[in-house]
Design a protein around this ligand. Structure first.
Ligand code: PLP
Length: 396
């Protein structure tokens, strides 16, 4: 009899969002008239910008005419999009050749698929609290996971020390769920660490577009030596509202090797075996994001989320609550007041002011006592949620 992948039996129930929706449903059944302020969502709420919509229409039109029709696309991405992304890096002073850009259908897909490049005996270092997919994808592969606890004492940005281990190192900056962002110096420490022990960093830059401080790195390839130890995973999901349209890209330097094997060449081989590329129409729409007009328009949408962050930051500043994130990330990670547990705080906010957030404990044990607020909701809802938070917690 065939043996299934028994490692699936090691997965813990991913109960976080299920549990939240059950609690919300129960509340709405008991209070059918209630209006909720949803500050927990990880999905964007603004539509695609006009430059992308025009390019998508053009892509559809191209597919309807014999002279412009595209069949299978190159597995690693359309040359026009790889070129546009390479130039986008170039404008930031980072040299990435078009061949080092791999177009994907999103960061989640890549974060799982890239594990094909590494032996199952290699360990994975995951900073916690963490985006749950890092842990689960490695459990499915039967990898040893090393949990590196982050906390208030290091601003939720832990650094390697003599005891740190890990063959694959997951770094997410700006971070989901904490919104914390590594400085250049901090990230350099991770790059040096990875180079010193031959590890590979999987750098998840899904939220890089939210960075406002000029001194903070958007790409790990801004750091010295990163081309020898890092793979960068990016996404247009939050940058340009592509959560439902689906497009991401991954940067693998041509010279990235381990034990005599070239990881860039291995990934070309992997893609040409396991995919038939991303839809021409979607790549056409994605290329519009990297034009001057596209960049201007996506920044307008991001500014709406940044304004939402400002409203929440003002509320937490007023309340004197400890938090990180917000300024350079679409998430704020707040310490629950009065020593409340994160689910206790969830219930309290739902019951008293109908604000729904995400309990930190759902992102790993060291998230207990913290709470994630997202800035992806509407400005109206965010303003009202901030007002209600100040009224409720300021009176305590
Ligand atoms: N990485 C992080 C840290 C995320 O928070 C998310 C989505 O929320 C993703 C990756 C997935 O992005 P995509 O929509 O491109 O699959």
């Amino acid at each position: 009899m065939i043996t299934p992948n028994l490692h699936y039996g090691d997965l813990k129930d991913s109960y976080l969002f299920y549990h939240i929706s059950q609690k919300v449903q129960a509340y709405l059944e008991a209070h059918p008239e209630a209006v909720l302020y949803r500050m927990g969502i990880g999905d964007v709420s603004l539509p695609l910008c006009p430059a992308v919509i025009d390019a998508l229409h053009q892509g559809v039109a191209d597919q309807g005419s014999k002279s412009t029709f595209h069949g299978y696309m190159p597995e690693c991405g359309a040359p026009f999009l790889r070129q546009a992304i390479s130039q986008h890096y170039g404008r930031r002073g980072v040299t990435i050749s078009p061949e080092e850009v791999f177009v994907s259908s999103g960061a989640s897909d890549e974060l799982g698929d890239l594990l094909d490049l590494f032996d199952r005996s290699s360990s994975a270092l995951v900073m916690e609290p963490a985006y749950p997919a890092y842990v689960d994808a490695n459990i499915m592969a039967g990898r040893k996971i090393i949990h590196l606890a982050a906390g208030e004492e290091n601003g939720f940005l832990p650094l390697p020390d003599e005891q740190t281990e890990g063959d694959l190192i997951y770094l997410c900056s700006p971070n989901n769920p904490t919104g914390a962002v590594f400085s250049r110096e901090q990230l350099q420490k991770w790059v040096d660490f990875a180079n010193s022990r031959g590890s590979i960093i999987l750098f998840d830059a899904a939220y890089e577009a939210f960075i406002q401080d000029k001194a903070l790195p958007h790409s790990i390839f801004e750091l010295k030596g990163a081309e020898n130890c890092a793979i960068e995973i990016c996404s247009l999901s939050k940058t340009a509202g592509f959560t439902g349209t689906r497009l991401g890209y991954t940067i693998i330097p041509k010279g990235l090797t381990r034990q005599g094997m070239n990881l860039h060449e291995m990934w070309v081989r992997n893609r040409t075996t396991k995919t038939n590329g991303v839809s021409y129409i979607i790549q056409k729409g994605a290329a519009a994001v990297f034009t001057a007009e596209g960049q201007r328009q996506v920044r307008e949408n991001i500014r709406v989320y940044q304004d939402n962050a400002r409203m929440l930051m003002d509320a937490f500043d007023q309340l004197g609550l400890w938090y990180c994130g917000g300024k350079n990330a679409p998430y704020l990670w707040v310490k629950c007041p009065d020593g409340m547990g994160s689910w206790e705080f969830f219930d309290y906010l739902l019951e008293k002011i109908q604000v729904v957030g995400t309990p930190g404990e759902g992102f790993g044990a060291c998230g207990e006592g913290y709470f994630r607020f997202s800035t992806f909701g509407s400005p109206q809802d965010t303003r009202e949620a901030a007002r209600r938070l100040v009224k409720l917690l300021g009176g305590k």
